[in-house]
Design a protein. Structure first.
Length: 261
């Protein structure tokens, strides 16, 4: 199927590895050019070089902390100067919780702020400055990364992460109403446990517990997430706006008392 992404320009945050990297590789395979953002400059550059080695000069690295407003302004300006437009924005930047597992009454404020800023603030800032460009173009696709936690709640000790991901859903739905008339769609994905390099390094008993949390009985593959994102960026998805797509294998509720971490 032709998704109509040929020569479209995509800015993907947190694309140095994991889900963001898989999204970048998939969008390039569909004909898009990609701006690879990551806070880790080395990883961003490696991803861009890997893509260019496969299919020519279709990627460029833009290292920056996208929870910082001035950094976001700079990245957006540089991407436009390099590629001439931004047609697609995939908000994927995130971070793991430093104090994962602590109940809300024990959670340090610094951990709350870090997670909220890295996930929610970065999504807001990138959307804010890219939406202006898309409105002028009368075209755009924005895909935000939420989580299954936002829909069904997460394990004990994930209140900061769950709150950030739930807020991203609210932001997605409101943005969809605000800019949909300009030909810009805004949707969100809500993955379950995804088989990233980080998850692959977990002990086997932990991965078995994670896999058992859904009736499919396995972790989500990176390429499955990337394929959904590619579709939401396509011409075929032009009428899908303000939607949230679960990718959790039909997840059951977290088994309380299970020592996942």
């Amino acid at each position: 199927m032709d998704f109509g992404l040929n020569a479209k320009v995509a800015l993907i945050t947190g694309a140095g590895r994991g889900i963001g990297k898989a999204e970048a590789l998939t969008l390039v395979a569909e004909g898009a050019m990609v701006a690879i953002n990551d806070i880790n400059a080395e990883q961003a550059q490696e991803t861009a070089e890997q893509i260019n080695a496969i299919g020519g000069a279709k990627a460029k690295a833009f290292a920056a902390d996208v929870s910082d407003e001035n950094a976001v302004k700079s990245v957006v300006e540089r991407v436009c100067a390099e590629f001439g437009a931004i047609d697609i924005l995939v908000n994927n930047a995130g971070a793991g919780a430093r104090y994962w597992g602590l109940p809300v009454d024990e959670l340090p404020v610094e951990s709350w702020d870090m997670i909220i800023n890295t996930h929610l603030r970065s999504t807001f800032l990138c959307s804010k400055y890219v939406a202006r460009i898309m409105k002028r173009q009368r075209f755009g696709r924005i895909v935000n990364t939420s989580s299954m936690n936002a829909i069904g709640g997460g394990p004990p000790g994930a209140s900061n992460y769950t709150a950030a991901k739930a807020a991203i859903i609210g932001l997605t739905r409101n943005m969809a109403k605000e800019i949909g008339s300009f030909g810009v769609t805004v949707n969100a994905i809500a993955p379950g446990y995804v088989h990233t390099d980080l998850v692959a390094s977990y002990p086997e008993h932990r991965k078995k517990i994670m896999s058992s949390q859904n009736p499919v009985g396995r972790l989500c593959d990176l390429n499955e997430v990337a394929a959904l994102v590619a579709f939401l960026c396509s011409k075929q998805a032009a009428f899908i706006n303000g939607a949230v797509f679960s990718m959790d294998g039909g997840r059951q509720d977290f088994v309380w008392g299970t020592q996942l971490f």
